[in-house]
Design a protein around this ligand. Structure first.
Ligand SMILES: NC(=O)c1ccc[n+]([C@@H]2O[C@H](COP(=O)([O-])OP(=O)(O)OC[C@H]3O[C@@H](n4cnc5c(N)ncnc54)[C@H](O)[C@@H]3O)[C@@H](O)[C@H]2O)c1
Length: 385
């Protein structure tokens, strides 16, 4: 964590509307930004679950002219973003409404940015940070979740280069986030678990990050407490609106935290594993979470004590707060039935060195409290194979 003399700035920018039924405000929020047309980005799962139709009816009833791009895939690709941008350019000036989980929010940021840069394609991601502004964006997350509504970058798969690229720009940080827990009531238990563990890892990695500061720690500690309490309840009973609301706020706070602090090795491995096997993001994180915490513990004692206290762990008799945090996380993750050996996730043993190299090279890993070398990551991967 930075020391108390390090200069800090907090520029959250995003207006947040939180609460059951807040989605009804969407037409008003669009108009408040001076817009009257919306390009809605979503995916087929949201269509099938009826969530997209609920929101489109609200837009139609208010007379907001709109069109829909619903072809975003889980772990969206550069091709997805290019196809969406072509549709958005054809539709013309509009606010982009990103309605979905992290995949949709991330793709929508890329689409919005490419509309502002007509000659660019998503594979130019590394050069777009200095580009012209994208279309304004309103984020409506339907998972709890990635916290992707708190930042201006998307994690997009470059299938050709076989790596995740970060496509982003300050202008595509959502101007408004509508956090309506009613939209998450139909998320199935397995998806609730996978997206919820992602949020928990954001809180944990943010607390332990080299980039942690007083703001991020405040967000992250509250996030871990809320997620730790609500995730098992929402997983057990998806219709529990109280638990859904607490989880959604926790995930948002975890997003605020990670945006300020950066993450660490769990995400580095998770990205590399997903890029090579297609494993859902949260499942990839769960596969290595406790093992990475054990590896990091020598350099993360204070952070893991904060994790354990946020998870309401009783003071350990031996004073080993880091060990107690790992045990608590193992129990929480175990109850969600999310952890799988890598061999069950389609990772052939021959892929492990490339996954280790990808994890070390990923930009998120540079904030890990204990910086790993490839052989050390390979040891972790072998242990969970
Ligand atoms: N930008 C960031 O800060 C950030 C942070 C973490 C993760 N990510 C990225 O987010 C992506 C993962 O996002 P995710 O975990 O939210 O999953 P997701 O967006 O891929 O959604 C998973 C599935 O759940 C369905 N779904 C979503 N909401 C639903 C609902 N309310 N009811 C029924 N079904 C619903 C979707 O249709 C999809 O099939 C990854 O690509 C990851 O890299 C981005």
């Amino acid at each position: 964590m930075t020391d108390s003399l390090t200069p800090l700035s907090l520029d959250t920018v995003c207006r947040v509307e939180f609460g059951p039924g807040r989605i009804e405000l969407l037409p008003e929020l669009i108009a408040a930004g001076g817009h009257h047309r919306a390009f809605v980005v979503t995916d087929r799962g949201l269509r099938a679950a009826g969530v997209a139709e609920r929101v489109l009816k609200i837009l139609a009833a208010a007379g907001v002219e709109h069109t829909v791009y619903d072809e975003v895939a889980p772990n969206p690709s550069t091709g997805n973003v290019d196809a969406g941008a072509a549709r958005a350019r054809a539709f013309g000036p509009a606010v982009v409404v990103a309605l979905g989980g992290g995949s949709v929010l991330d793709a929508a940021k890329g689409i919005s940015l490419l509309v502002g840069n007509p000659d660019a394609v998503a594979a130019d991601a590394d050069h777009l940070w200095e580009a012209a502004d994208g279309l304004p964006l309103i984020a409506v997350p339907t998972t709890a979740g990635t916290g992707a509504e708190t930042n201006g970058f998307g994690v997009i798969e470059d299938a050709v280069a076989c790596r995740k690229v970060y496509i982003g720009h300050p202008s595509v940080k959502p101007r408004i986030a509508v956090l309506d827990p009613e939209l998450t009531l139909g998320l199935p238990p397995a998806a609730t678990a996978a997206t919820g563990i992602d949020a928990l890892v954001h809180g944990i990695e943010s607390l332990a990050s080299r980039g942690a500061n007083a703001f991020s720690v405040a967000f992250a500690a509250q996030a871990v407490a809320m997620i730790g309490h609500a995730l098992p309840l929402a997983h057990r009973d998806g219709t529990d609106l109280d638990a859904r609301a607490e989880l959604m706020m926790g995930a948002h706070l975890a997003g605020q935290a990670l945006t300020l602090s950066g993450l660490g090795l769990v995400h580095g491995i998770g990205h590399a594993l997903t890029a090579r096997t297609g494993t859902p993001h949260g499942v990839a994180l769960a596969a290595v979470l406790e093992e990475v915490m054990e590896f990091s513990a020598p350099q993360a004692q204070q952070a893991y004590e904060q994790v354990a206290r946020a998870l309401r762990v009783a003071p350990p008799a031996d004073g080993d707060w880091a060990g107690a945090a790992v045990t608590a996380v193992r129990e929480l993750s175990g109850a969600l039935d999310l952890k799988r050996p890598l061999r069950a996730l389609g990772a052939d043993r021959s892929l492990l060195p490339a996954i280790a190299a990808g994890a070390v090279a990923d930009a998120v890993t540079k904030n890990a409290p204990r910086l790993p070398r490839e052989p050390e990551v390979l040891d972790i991967l072998t242990a969970v194979y």
